[in-house]
Design a binder for this molecule. Structure first.
Ligand SMILES: [Zn+2]
Length: 313
């Protein structure tokens, strides 16, 4: 059995994609914050704005101004079928009455993904680890309150995913939150034997099945972003052919200031980006209204990876 101790050491920045330029393809994928806006974004219901305003005011009391009254992140998108024509009825207390823009899903590829395919206004927030149960709880409440869609890359060894399962489960079941596989205990998998790596992936997969009734398939994110053809093959053989990397980072696997984090959010919350964050330290939980404001002002649609990628059969 691999060790189950909680990982507390920060991810060594030297081995991660550089914080200031994490994108291998960033030079090719940067867009103006405005270019990805969808015409359909103008159809969203004002009540969602009011919710966002209320959240901002409640959380900070700073009178935040959300200047795009017609956009909102986190619309529900059914998780099945090649195209998602609209919201499932009755799933959203704040549901807009207008149809949602369709998202044509592509098959999740075998190999590495670092950005969402094609052009559009989609933003995939991906949040890893969960070494702090309070931070996972705050993220869960943030999603519940705002309809934000995101993907968690879970390490089942962290108690947070058990502690918060009752609150998270409905979000997972609705498809608003996707759980994916980040190994059981967050080792550097390039140092493991094939057998040990299989154990890390399958133990986490079993945890997700037992705790949430889902699997992380087909999305695997190697801890520290460290992987090689051998680890990719082992993951693929276990049903995880898609190695989910990123092209934007909040750099919060270690402790950073809220201002630094927000600067990175302004830099990397861009159309078709996959942004990595961490549920490890509380700074991010103090700036949710500001993150929501960036998403809203830029007319970005938050998505889970399963909203965009269909699982190979
Ligand atoms: Zn991690």
């Amino acid at each position: 059995m691999p060790p189950t101790r909680r990982r507390t050491a920060p991810e060594p920045a030297g081995k991660l994609p550089p914080q200031r330029s994490p994108a291998r393809r960033s030079a090719h994928t940067h867009h103006s914050a405005r270019t990805g806006a969808s015409p359909a974004a103008a159809t969203f219901h004002r009540r969602q704005l009011l919710l966002g305003l209320a959240l901002g005011a409640l959380a900070l009391g700073t009178g935040l101004s959300l200047q795009d009254p017609d956009t909102v992140p986190g619309r529900p998108i059914p998780a099945e079928g090649g195209t998602t024509p609209g919201a499932a009825p009755g799933t959203d207390a704040f549901a807009p009455s207008t149809p949602l823009p369709p998202i044509t899903r592509v098959l999740a590829p075998r190999g590495v993904i670092t950005a969402l395919p094609g052009t559009g206004n989609l933003l995939a927030l991906t949040v890893d680890d969960g070494t702090n149960s309070d931070v996972v709880a705050a993220y869960t409440k943030f999603c519940t309150d705002t309809r934000l869609r995101l993907t968690f890359f879970v390490n089942g060894a962290n108690r947070s995913w058990t502690d918060n399962a009752p609150a998270l489960r409905p979000l997972v079941e609705s498809g608003q939150v996707l759980l994916a596989n980040h190994t059981w205990s967050h080792p550097d998998i390039t140092t493991l034997s094939r057998t040990a790596l299989r154990e890390e992936i399958t133990r986490n997969d079993t945890f997700l099945r037992n705790t949430y009734g889902v699997t992380g398939l087909p999305f695997f994110r190697p801890p520290y972003g460290r992987h090689n053809p051998t680890t990719d093959q082992v993951a693929a053989d276990l049903g995880y052919p898609t190695i989910a990397m990123w092209n934007g980072s909040l750099a919060d696997s270690s402790i950073i200031t809220e201002e630094f984090l927000l600067g990175l959010a302004r830099q990397w919350f861009q159309p078709q980006h996959i942004v990595i964050g961490h549920a490890n330290h509380p700074a991010v939980t103090h700036v949710y209204p500001q993150l929501l404001e960036i998403i809203t002002q830029r007319r970005l649609q938050t998505v889970t990876l399963a909203d965009v990628y269909a699982t190979p059969r």
